[in-house]
Design a protein around this ligand. Structure first.
Ligand code: PGA
Ligand code: ZN
Length: 424
């Protein structure tokens, strides 16, 4: 048995140039592994708490307190322990924090340690990180998963909180579902992305990009964004609705106020029923097969209307709605909300809890999508997580900017190394 001899955290920068937590763990055989945690911008209200210093440095966004909590509080407890005891270690971290929302030590501190433990344990066993994730899923839940390569959902046009344009819907994604493998999926996506750039340029629209690498032009309406993407698919000699499909993340909590969905870009305000009609109309007219956060995170009646209306023909994904939290997700399942869940490990703050939430989805026939955050780093852990847990879907931005592309590149390597893995 190998033992942990050192746990060290420092403050590093994320893709927005804001601080985040990096953590490195070393074993007594001198094997070492490190991770960095991501950070959201359009966060769900019930997410675990990301500890920020609130001091002058970095406009209050420093994470030195979380770093200190790792170096001074967590490290002394875990030193000497066996890194292959993932569930046990995560439970100790949760207990040490002692709060429901991890506000004491910080979800950013706890997750950094939880992920670094996985990485160093996998290395110690001489296993790929993705196969190690499949193993600990079995250990934690007693159930098996079938690893696969995820179908990518690439956010190539950004709006909402992720861009300084007038588009209300946060993400317009392409899903290259007709691609025979991950490699081909990425080639198609890159070609579509570049053709979209050419089309935007030809219309004198901005080709500056948002937080997730997608373009962020000012447009007349959400529908105009969809039409531009369809053109770029056709310009790539691909067929919308056959080779490539579309997905939206409305992030509707960001524009829901006083019982109405305010589409300011289009100068319209709609109640839940009308907004559900608006989305149904989009699904009927365009090859949209997935809609995330189509309703506000507390508008359960709206979610029920939407799920009833289009749940049989469209994947309806709860992100801010479920916040990767087993308890909140179970309530949503019981109420019949949505039919899929977005999995973001920093929403809940440990790998064990992330796996438990994922298992709950599997047990209830909810689909799942492993996801990045809008604030990312070059860390590629989610790529391995998507493969190991066999989620079949990953959402990690445009095929542009190293913080996004790092994950896709890791998946290209996994596909090359594991020719038996199928996509989707
Ligand atoms: P966030 O957005 O990382 O800024 O919260 C991503 C999403 O809503 O899916
Ligand atoms: Zn979302």
């Amino acid at each position: 048995m190998s033992k942990i001899i050192s746990i060290k955290a420092i403050q590093v920068l994320d893709s927005r140039g804001l601080p985040t937590v990096a953590c490195r763990i070393t074993l007594d055989n001198l094997l070492t592994a490190g991770v960095m945690v991501p950070s959201g911008a359009s966060t769900g209200a019930k997410e675990a708490i990301e500890l920020r210093d609130g001091l002058d440095a970095y406009l209050g966004k420093g994470v030195l307190k979380a770093v200190d909590n790792i170096n001074k509080i967590i490290s002394p407890v875990l030193i000497g322990q066996d890194p292959s005891e993932q569930e046990n270690i995560d439970n100790q971290l949760i207990e040490l924090d002692g709060t429901e929302d991890k506000s004491n030590l910080g979800a950013n501190a706890i997750l950094a340690v939880s992920l670094a433990i996985c990485r160093v344990a996998a290395k110690n066993l001489d296993k790929s990180l993705h196969s190690y994730f499949a193993d600990i899923y079995k250990n934690i839940t007693g159930n098996s998963v079938k690893p696969n390569l995820p179908m990518p959902m690439l956010n190539i046009l950004n709006g909402g909180e992720h861009a300084d344009n007038n588009i209300d819907i946060q993400e317009f994604m392409i899903i290259p579902r007709g691609a025979k493998n991950f490699n081909e999926a990425m080639r198609w996506s890159s070609e579509i992305y570049w053709n979209l750039k050419t089309i935007l340029k030809s219309k004198n629209l901005s080709t500056a990009v948002g937080d997730e690498g997608g373009f962020a032009p000012n447009l007349q309406s959400n529908e105009e964004a969809i039409k531009l993407i369809l053109q770029s698919i056709e310009k790539s000699n691909l067929e919308p609705g056959k080779d490539v499909y579309l997905a939206l993340d409305c992030a509707a909590s960001e524009f829901y106020k006083d019982g109405k969905y305010h589409l300011t870009g289009e100068g319209r305000s709609l109640d839940s029923k009308d907004f559900a009609d608006y989305l149904e109309n989009l699904v009927n007219n365009y090859p949209i097969i997935s809609i995330e956060d189509g309703m506000d995170e507390n508008d359960f009646d709206g979610w029920k209307i939407l799920t009833k209306k289009i749940g049989s023909k469209c994947q309806l994904v709860g992100d801010d709605l479920f916040v990767t939290n087993k308890k909140i997700f179970q309530e949503g399942i019981d109420a019949g909300l949505a039919n899929a869940i977005l999995i973001k490990f920093n929403q809940i703050g440990s790998i064990t809890e992330t796996i438990e939430t994922m298992d709950l989805a599997n047990m209830n026939n909810y689909k799942s999508i492993i996801s990045h955050r809008s604030g990312e780093t070059e860390d590629t852990t989610i790529a391995d997580l998507a493969v190991g847990l066999g989620s079949g879907q990953i959402k990690t931005g445009a095929p542009c900017r190293s913080d996004r592309v790092a994950k896709y590149n890791r998946l290209l390597w996994i596909e090359d190394e594991c020719p038996d893995l199928k996509i989707g």
